[in-house]
Design a protein around this ligand. Structure first.
Ligand code: ATP
Ligand code: MG
Length: 205
């Protein structure tokens, strides 16, 4: 792929975005020589239809606030603007059509999502559209997930990415806000300010 572009895609609910996401994307960018990383906040996430998720516009804007200072990071509205439930296969096909065959797609996921990808809609098509970059995440067994892929011969191309361990999750941030505990230093300051300004996560859920 000489001269081609290597595009990272960091998918997530980002409810809210935090330093775990940002460190993972930055490590993927550098370790895999990506040209850029596009953060892709989900519209209505397929895996979370039974959960209450904050309005997409809030999640999108917090992602913009968190990434604005990094020249190699972008945020896409593609999934936020697509009506209905979000499926990664549709996103990857849209990106392939938009960027053309000279762009190689790398989908970045944390260890907890690595085995789940086999359950995604049109998993075989997904496997053909992107290489996965699987990042270590405290509390999740990445090696085990990769072994499971090999044993089941799922056909996914998956690269291993070690990132500095950050035991941060959006679930914990939401709980902290609801319990009036600090979230400072777990997510960039503008995100903290945005959460306070809009009264997000005020109730435990
Ligand atoms: P929630 O607790 O609501 O599920 P989350 O912290 O897992 O939130 P998501 O938006 O679900 O965040 O995650 C988006 C992607 O980022 C997923 O692939 C997830 O595995 C990865 N990720 C999230 N937090 C970390 C972390 N601390 N280290 C490495 N990867 C992470
Ligand atoms: Mg998650």
């Amino acid at each position: 792929m000489i001269g081609g572009t290597r595009l990272g895609v960091m998918g997530g609910t980002f409810d809210p975005i935090h330093y775990g996401h940002l460190v993972t994307a930055e490590e993927a960018l550098v370790q895999f020589n990506l040209d850029r990383v596009v953060f892709m906040p989900t519209g209505t996430p397929a895996a979370k239809t039974h959960q209450r998720v904050s309005p997409a516009e809030h999640r999108y804007l917090m992602t913009v606030l968190a990434t604005a200072a990094n020249a190699d990071f972008d945020v896409s509205r593609m999934e936020v603007d697509r009506p209905g439930v979000t499926y990664t296969v549709d996103t990857l096909e849209a990106l392939r059509d938009e960027y053309g065959p000279r762009t190689e797609l790398f989908f970045i996921t944390g260890a907890d999502a690595v085995w789940e990808i086999v359950t995604w809609k049109d998993a075989q098509r997904v496997a053909g559209l992107a290489t996965f970059i699987a990042a270590t995440r405290p509390g999740y067994d990445l090696e085990g997930a990769l072994r499971a892929h090999e044993r089941a011969a799922t056909g996914f191309r998956i690269e291993y990415l070690t990132v500095p361990a950050l035991a941060i999750s959006s679930t914990d941030l939401r709980r902290r806000v609801a319990e009036r505990r600090p979230i400072r230093y777990l997510t960039p300051e503008p995100v903290v300010t945005y959460i306070v300004k809009h009264g997000l996560y005020d109730e435990v859920r």
